[in-house]
Design a protein around this ligand. Structure first.
Ligand code: M6P
Ligand code: ZN
Length: 195
């Protein structure tokens, strides 16, 4: 016999063009919220002092953060750069490492960076209709490499949790930058392999 509380089924409505998810709980992230993560700290400081731009919004459906449930949300990652680096999400791995996630892209163009706990690195393209499977044990970060907002829908186990500290310490193996008008992935000199 399950000890879970029986809850009522419910709908949320997602606007595929804007990423609005309703009803939902919105979290906003500005450049200042990601400050230590940028390669070019001076460029980040300048942006923060100027108008501290909004980088992305996440809108979460109201689901208990418990095993058995499925958390789901939309993310709206705006176009922009900090120095050469395209706007990205903080990136995290799951506190409960053995949990997966799906990112379904609705609008825009992005890169999904992933690093396994063993230090393998993978990148998937995100485009309208792409559905990316992030297996257990992989950290994940999204990067908007286009001119429009990158909008995607995510589904993850309710008890997955977000571990941000590991990414803050180690970074990702590669940076996504614009150089000579092109999107390029370059080695991150500050990356520390997970051990
Ligand atoms: C996706 C999901 C969310 C996550 C969001 C932003 O929508 O993975 O759980 O919160 O991206 O990413 P981050 O939490 O790394 O800033
Ligand atoms: Zn996740």
């Amino acid at each position: 016999m399950s000890v879970m509380k029986i809850m009522k089924p419910f709908n949320v409505v997602i606007n595929f063009k804007t990423g609005e998810l309703s009803p939902g709980k919105r979290v906003l992230r500005r450049v200042s919220d990601l400050k230590p993560l940028f390669y070019n700290q001076k460029a980040a400081e300048e942006l923060i002092h100027h108008d501290d731009p909004l980088m992305y919004e996440v809108i979460y459906a109201d689901v208990p953060e418990e095993g058995g449930h499925l958390g789901h949300c939309t993310t709206i990652l705006y176009p922009g750069r900090v120095g050469e680096e395209f706007f990205f999400t903080k990136g995290h791995r799951h506190e409960k490492l053995e949990t997966a996630e799906i990112y379904f892209c609705l609008q825009g163009t992005g890169k999904l960076l992933m690093e396994s706990v063993e230090g393998e690195f993978e990148v998937l393209d995100m485009f309208p209709g792409s559905s990316s499977y992030i297996p257990p044990y992989w950290s994940h970060r999204t990067v908007n490499v286009g001119q429009e907002p990158l909008i995607f829908y995510c589904i993850f186990p309710g008890d997955a949790g977000h571990d941000y500290a590991t990414i803050e310490r180690h970074g990702f193996p590669q940076l996504v930058v614009e150089r000579n008008g092109k999107v390029q992935l370059i080695p991150n000199p500050y990356w520390k392999k997970n051990v």
